[in-house]
Design a binder for this molecule. Structure first.
Ligand code: HEM
Length: 399
């Protein structure tokens, strides 16, 4: 069974990680044959970092997702910044960064705190059963919608499309492919966001969509950017939050340490959850010209896949790589990417959301814990948690 086989991605996480450990021990990256060509699997930390930081050689223009979406997808949906190289990438990222003014960033920080309080308040009042729906999804989704200025009436339909767009990435059928349902959901997402963009162009307000349409972003670019923000920002962060609770539950000694001094240990906890869970499993690059990657020859036109999930367990960089250790320092994980121009645009927002939410949860509900195994959704792209049962009081075990 190879990495190109959907069956591999349905295996339990420990078995997949054992296979990545074996691949890291080989002399060179393996070539994974595939229906449309195949790719070199970069599984070591040093290779993932080197490829991320040489964007003139390892380009994103031909697309960064694996499995590759059908070619018409680019034509219909337009380019999002993950799939662009310089100069277009730098120009789009520059426009977006300019929209994050200090005032906007301060407002977002205040909002993260308010939304986190509201979520925990709801847990206390209503005792929901599923952590993913009631907690993990709520924070990133509401924060991005508030930031963008999405009116309340569009939020339900948008969340539905985000869920469809990211479900079972690639693993539903007999071979790895992008499910049609995901693409249709993306198309609907684009339409909704484009509609909001048109409204803001006519009546600008004090939100990110208004800032971007005023800065001259066209409807297609706007649709592509916001679908990316929603899919990249909601799916990743909610999975990280859910894995965070699973890890806390499974490691009582780390939980006790964290609770002993939240200010001191929360930042290390957040980094270690991202490293240990690797919410994004991989992204692809295409080799622009013949290149020697740490002694391994690559040819122009080759594809490489950067397996963050494997680099984050590389024993050459992390002592006891499978241990969950919130005091790990330094922790040079590649959960947000290996550096370079595409490094996660939302990394500081994600860190802030995780820190604020776990502080609120652990302060008001210090007994919060998972009460069963997470329902993992098979995917070769993200480490997704579908459902997670949880409780906020200690379990009473009868004799
Ligand atoms: C724990 C949560 C998150 C994780 C693990 C994560 C992970 C990643 C990774 C691995 C990349 C690719 C980096 C590369 O190619 O070098 C990326 C890119 C990106 N992320 Fe995140 N992300 C998270 C949260 C967010 C949030 C909250 C947002 C937005 C609000 C966001 C927006 C983006 C965007 C726009 C890109 C593309 C940047 C570019 O191509 O220039 N991400 N993220």
């Amino acid at each position: 069974m190879t990495l190109a086989d959907p069956g591999f991605w349905r295996r339990p996480p420990d078995e997949r990680l054992a296979e990545f450990a074996r691949l890291r021990g080989l002399d060179a990256p393996v070539f994974v044959p595939e229906r449309r060509g195949g790719y070199h699997a970069l599984v070591r930390h040093a290779d993932v970092v080197a490829a991320s930081r040489k964007p003139d050689v390892f380009i994103s223009g031909p697309g960064v997702t694996m499995p590759r979406p059908p070619r018409w997808v680019r034509l219909v949906f337009g380019d999002s910044m993950v799939n662009l190289d310089d100069p277009r990438h730098a120009s789009l990222r520059g426009i977006v960064s300019r929209a994050f003014t200090p005032r906007m960033v301060a407002r977002i920080a205040d909002n993260v705190a308010l939304v986190a309080e509201d979520i925990v308040e709801n847990v206390i009042r209503n005792r929901p059963a599923d952590f993913v729906e009631a907690v993990a999804t709520q924070l990133p989704f509401r924060v991005i919608c508030d930031m963008m200025g999405i009116p309340e009436r569009y939020r339900g339909p948008i969340l539905q499309q985000v869920n469809h767009a990211t479900g079972n990435t690639g693993v539903a059928g007999r071979r790895l492919r992008v499910p049609g349902r995901s693409l249709r959901a993306l198309a609907r997402l684009h339409r909704i966001v484009a509609r909001v963009g048109r409204e803001r162009r006519r009546y600008p307000t004090d939100d990110l969509i208004s800032a971007l349409v005023t800065a001259g972003l066209g409807a297609r670019e706007l649709g592509a950017f916001f679908s990316l923000l929603l899919v990249a920002g909601v799916e990743t962060t909610r999975n990280t939050i859910a894995h965070g609770l699973v890890l806390l539950t499974g490691h009582p000694e780390q939980r006790a340490l964290l609770l002993s001094d939240l200010d001191r240990y929360l930042p290390g906890f957040v980094e270690e959850v991202v490293r240990h869970s690797s919410p994004i499993i991989q992204f692809r690059r295409t080799v622009a010209r013949d290149h020697d990657l740490n002694g391994y020859p690559l040819r122009a036109g080759d594809d490489v896949v950067l397996f963050y999930t494997s680099a984050n367990r590389d024993e050459a960089v992390f002592a006891r790589p499978d241990a969950f250790d919130i005091t790990r320092s330094p922790n040079p994980h590649v959960g947000f990417g290996g550096g370079g121009p595409h490094f996660c645009l939302g990394a500081s927002l994600a860190r802030q959301e995780l820190t604020v939410l776990f502080r609120e949860l652990l302060t008001r509900l210090p007994e919060v814990r998972a009460t069963g195994a997470p329902q993992l959704v098979p995917s070769s792209f993200d480490n997704r948690v579908g459902r997670l049962p949880f409780a906020t009081a200690p379990l009473i075990v009868s004799a």
